[in-house]
Design a protein around this ligand. Structure first.
Ligand code: SF4
Length: 471
């Protein structure tokens, strides 16, 4: 019998967690029926049910396209490998080849996150060319950035190139000088929101949740609610022991449920979560709300209707080029289904009636906001079913691979020479190759801590002179 997992080779019977990461492999050959394949994997892992979006609406939720491994921060929970700073940006030709792989595996309309490392460290004209290429291929390009170099001017150019979203990663794991906690970081978040103002791109935020900011999650939820007119999506990623980050495993108290409880506390509403599921229940949770006159209304309160709507429109090909085009194609699809159209009118009338006071106060203005939690796995605790049901892929030179499985074995892919039209391309900068002893300025995370401890006999804090040392 073939192995049920397309991403996993060679496991022993009955082995489900703590699997050797290198046994998970990218999917080399594109499927003829990517939607059906994902549905099959969800069925095998017990994740196929009436509220499942994956395998109905799309064959993958998001693909991460890393355009550099370098970063201008050193997060305490960074997923990058210890070698990242020494890895050269792979040629544009290879980036374009990977874009082609995404199209052949998942088709146009797929969400692609241009990430890194910090993608804005890539040469500006190349970054713009990458977004243009994604757009030309009918993919939806979003930029995942820490914001430091994501200037207004760059965002204007990227929006012109077809960027659909910008995702600002801001949180206390980044140890930004002058910001002691998440509350203080709100000033920076406001600045970043301002940079995208008026551009035809949606603003998302990513926050890594760890013991040091867990209690601030309600405050963050309230912050995003108060800015729902400018922020469309707030994602909370749970601490995971993977990559070069020094914090390691998370505290037991942090999981999808407890983080969601804090989001509800901040939203001041018992929001329903996972009315529509995104992949494996252990991986993702979401809630969708309407913010009217500053107050939160659960957009998915009538879960029976929302699920029915999703199922009956699952085969509808939604034009996701812009929000307006998506709305138009959805509307056309609903009108073509008279019974569903009637139910939709009823739902709409009930929703308007329930929110009537706030709607009057807000003069009809309604903003949609989504909360999302994402539960990355520890590198040494990979769960076979979750990897099999994964809906968030990294694109490697060999094909797509579950992000968790990729994070657990990055160097296996990053340090491999690539064949290009100009010959074999070597990933490591020449000075890093001799003896593999990287200069301290190239080290980050755990290896940097170890090197500095060896050299100075103590843990080095951000801001120390040695932190700015150059080799
Ligand atoms: S990347 Fe990891 S946490 Fe995310 S969906 Fe895939 S397996 Fe689940």
């Amino acid at each position: 019998m073939p192995d049920p997992s397309i991403h996993y080779e060679g496991h022993r019977a009955g082995e489900r967690t703590g699997v050797e990461p290198s046994l998970f492999r990218p999917q080399r050959t594109p499927s003829r029926d990517p939607l059906g394949d994902l549905r099959g994997r969800l069925e095998r892992t017990g994740q196929w049910h009436p509220s499942q979006l994956a395998g109905r609406r799309w064959p993958v939720a998001c693909v991460s396209l890393e355009v550099t491994q370098r970063c201008n921060l050193d997060c305490t929970l960074c997923y990058l490998s210890e070698s990242s700073e020494a890895v050269r940006d792979f040629p544009l030709e290879e980036v374009f080849r990977r874009i082609d792989i995404i199209v052949t595996h998942f088709g146009p309309g797929t969400d692609v996150q241009v990430s890194g490392g910090e993608p804005t460290l890539r040469a500006r004209d190349e970054l713009i060319a990458i977004v243009e290429r994604l757009t030309r291929e009918g993919l939806r390009a979003s930029l995942l950035t820490n914001g430091i170099k994501a200037t207004r001017e760059l965002l204007v150019d990227l929006a012109a190139a077809g960027l659909t979203d910008v995702v600002f990663h801001v949180d206390t794991t980044q140890q930004r000088a002058g910001y002691a906690n998440e509350t203080e970081l709100n000033a920076l978040r406001d600045e970043y929101i301002g940079r995208a103002r008026g551009l035809p791109i949606s603003v998302f935020f990513n926050t890594t949740v760890h013991a040091g900011n867990f209690d601030e999650v309600p405050m963050l939820a309230a912050y995003f609610v108060a800015r729902a007119d400018r922020v469309a999506f707030a994602s909370f990623q749970l601490q995971a022991d993977t990559g070069r980050g020094v914090l390691g495993a998370r505290a037991d108290a942090i999981d999808n449920d407890t983080v969601f409880d804090r989001l509800r506390e901040g939203a001041k509403l018992p929001l329903k979560s996972n009315v529509l599921a995104v992949g494996h229940r252990e991986c993702n949770r979401s809630a969708v709300m309407l913010v009217i006159d500053g107050k939160v209304h659960d957009a998915f309160a009538d879960s029976a209707f929302i699920r029915r709507f999703m199922r009956e429109t699952a085969d509808l090909r939604i034009d996701r080029g812009t929000r307006w085009r998506a709305f138009r194609s959805l509307l056309a699809g609903v009108v073509a289904r008279p019974r569903l159209a009637l139910a939709t009118m009823r739902w709409l009338a009930a929703t308007i009636w329930a929110a009537k006071r706030d709607l009057i106060a807000a003069r009809g203005r309604v903003d949609k906001l989504t909360f999302f939690t994402h539960n990355f796995m520890d590198a040494r605790q990979l769960d076979v079913d979750r990897v099999d049901a994964c809906v968030f892929m990294a694109i490697t030179q060999d094909g797509p691979l579950s992000m968790c499985a990729y994070n657990a074995q990055r160097d296996r892919y990053l340090l491999r020479p690539l064949e290009t039209s100009e010959g074999t391309w070597q990933p490591l900068a020449a000075s890093a190759e001799a003896g593999r002893t990287f200069p301290i300025k190239w080290l980050k995370g755990r290896s940097r801590e170890a090197a500095l401890r060896e050299r100075h006999g103590r843990r080095v804090r951000a801001g120390d002179e040695v932190e700015r040392e150059t080799a």
